[in-house]
Design a binder for this molecule. Sequence first.
Ligand code: 5GP
Length: 116
Amino acid sequence: MSTEPTIFERIIAREIPADVVFESETLIAFRDIAPQAPVHLLVVPKTAEYANVVELAAGNPALLAEVVSTAAALAAEHCNGEFRLIFNTGAAAGQTVFHVHAHLLGGALEEGKLAG
Ligand code: 5GP
C-alpha cells in the first residue's frame, strides 16, 4: 500500500474530474484519458489496499469477481458484451498506476493491440 494517494484515489475522492460511467460502494469505472480502443474503460476497486490484480486475488477474491462481473455489465452496455480485460502488473509490463484496475477494451479492436 503506497503512502501517497494515486491518481485513482484522487478521482475516487472527486479531487480531479473523470468521465465516470459506473459507481457502487466498492467500485468506480471511468473512461481512460488516453483510450487505446473505441471503448476503453478503467474498472477500479475503491480500496487503495491492493496495488495489482495478484494482490487483489489473494486478498479479496470476491472483489476481483465483482470487477469481472461489472466489466461484463459495462461491456454489455458499451460494446455489445464482447471485450478484452487487461491487468497490467508491474512497471515492466506497462503498469503506471499502482492501485489495482482493469482495462476494459472493446469495439473493433486491432489484432494484438494491448493497453499501456
Ligand atoms: P496502467 O498503465 O497502470 O495499467 O493504467 C493506467 C491508466 O490510467 C492509463 O491507461 C492512463 O491513460 C490512465 N490514466 C492516467 N491518468 C489518468 C487520469 O487522470 N484520468 C483518467 N481518466 N485516466 C488516467
